[in-house]
Design a protein around this ligand. Structure first.
Ligand code: FES
Ligand SMILES: [Fe+2]
Length: 456
């Protein structure tokens, strides 16, 4: 017994049907649907709990893939750098020169070539990298600058004692690194995404919000809770009046994937298209911080175009940008792409979220979750928000800048704590996934397995 409406998939409006009703032309990439053909097999729990699998992933996944390290705007000035940690590996990403030219941003292993000390432990700005142990110093471009008691190191060829570089490239303002010197170029790795994002670029956005929380579950478990809308009905019931959770479209590419969750429609679990449109509009406007009384639903009209008009006005005012011809979908829906193995850039203005999920060092039972909001702007680029770090024993509300999202993340986090415990204790040793709604999780695991097998 449950309180929800029973329905079949064919009873629901699809995302494509909703896009046909859009007020404005919809960009071509949104009009594609590539459903999964991946089968229905289970996934072993060891993927989420095994130290040996984690260790293998460091060697065969993290040392092989392009991965998002930071935004270019986080290192605007020469000498600015961030520390990007992944598992037990650490990278310095540093701006070496002005502009976007090749070599303006470099990435180095964050390790002193003398006796191995980490060169930097925090982000900041330095003129050179000086090791705190014996003072060996490298220039920003990685060349050796100074050795203490040079006479004692005649065997060190100073010309060749540069910090080892890591491949680095940028796309849409995101700086990516790759430990593999022989890796394919970033734009090839990204498959169809560079073309898609020409329709909804993220380069000219700024970091309005930046939060990182230590999460009580494996990075793959945690990420799995953010690439499907299937859990919304039970975990986030408060969003059902304005969220087409079960209507969500899932697209499977080669390594990457996408989901489009329509907003300003009611969940099929509470009646879907027969739900009262005025109530849909009231709930979504209230959630977005708009006075519901300020908007009127035309006779027989739907909530979606009205909610989109509100979003154009509200976000356009913040950004000083003209969004008057942006389609309803990009104003109200969640359009979440997934860049293998751990990065989710969201395309739409209405939900300008970016997620990233990383192992927390080598601990298989926790991870680091990054949340950014990238907002459009007019005039000079506003300064990037500093990161708010939330430890595992503190609530998301420690980052009040997240607004209503904090409560939603709290609901997810309380599940994740239990999921990780249950996975470790499971006598079944596997998890079962839905054919369509959880296809991105299955697809992700197939790709991880592909990488693990490729190195064997
Ligand atoms: S370990 Fe870095 S200077 Fe000695
Ligand atoms: Fe959730």
């Amino acid at each position: 017994m449950n309180e929800f409406v029973a329905f079949q998939r064919s009873d629901m409006e699809s995302v494509q049907e909703l896009l046909c009703q859009d007020t404005f032309p919809v960009p071509a990439p949104l009009l594609e649907h590539r459903p999964s053909t991946l089968g229905t097999h289970d996934v072993a729990t060891s993927a989420y709990t095994s130290q040996a699998i984690h260790d293998l992933e460091v060697e065969r996944v993290w040392k092989k893939v392009w991965q998002w390290a930071c935004r270019t705007e986080e290192i605007p000035n020469v000498g600015d750098h961030i520390i990007y940690d992944i598992a037990h590996l650490s990278v310095i990403v540093v701006r070496v020169a002005e502009g976007d030219g090749p070599g303006a941003i470099r990435a180095f292993h964050n390790v002193c070539l003398h006796r191995g000390t980490q060169l930097r432990v925090s982000d900041g700005n330095v003129p050179m990298f000086r090791c705190p142990f014996h003072g060996w110093t490298w220039n920003l471009d990685g060349s050796l600058n100074w050795i203490s008691c040079e006479w004692d190191f005649p065997h060190v060829d100073q010309e060749r004692f540069a910090l080892p570089q890591i491949r680095v490239d940028a796309w849409q303002g995101f700086v990516f690194v790759n430990f593999d010197a022989d890796c394919e170029p970033l734009d090839v790795y990204l498959e169809n995404l560079p073309e898609h994002f020409t329709h909804f670029p993220l380069e000219d956005r700024f970091i309005a919000i930046h939060v990182e929380r230590t999460m009580p579950a494996n990075w793959k478990v945690t990420m799995g809770a953010f690439i499907e809308a299937y859990h919304s009905v039970v975990t986030h019931p408060q969003i059902l009046p304005y969220t087409g959770d079960a209507n969500t479209q899932y697209d499977i590419y080669d390594r990457h994937s996408r989901m489009i969750t329509p907003f300003a429609v009611a969940s099929p679990h509470i009646g879907g298209r027969s739900y009262e449109q005025g109530e849909i509009l009231r709930t979504i406007l209230s959630y977005r911080g708009t006075d519901p009384e300020a908007f009127e639903l035309p006779e027989g009209g739907r909530a979606r175009p009205v909610a989109a008009a509100d979003a154009r006005r509200r976000i356009g005012a913040i950004a000083g940008a003209d969004l008057s011809n942006v389609c309803d979908s990009l104003m109200v829906d969640a359009v979440e792409y997934f860049v293998f193995p751990n990065f989710m850039p969201w395309a739409a203005y209405g939900s300008p979220i970016q997620y990233r999920f990383r192992p927390n060092g080598d601990d298989v039972n926790s991870c680091l979750m990054t949340v950014m909001m990238l907002m459009p702007f007019a005039g000079d680029r506003p300064p990037a928000a500093k990161v708010t770090k939330i430890p595992s024993n503190r609530p998301w509300s420690d980052a009040p800048e997240l607004g209503g999202l904090a409560a939603i993340f709290e609901q997810d986090t309380s599940n994740l704590h239990r999921v990780q415990k249950g996975l470790r204790a499971s006598p079944r040793k596997s998890v079962t996934l839905g054919d369509y709604q959880e296809a991105r999780i299955r697809h992700f695991h197939q790709n991880i397995d592909r990488y693990l097998a490729a190195g064997s």
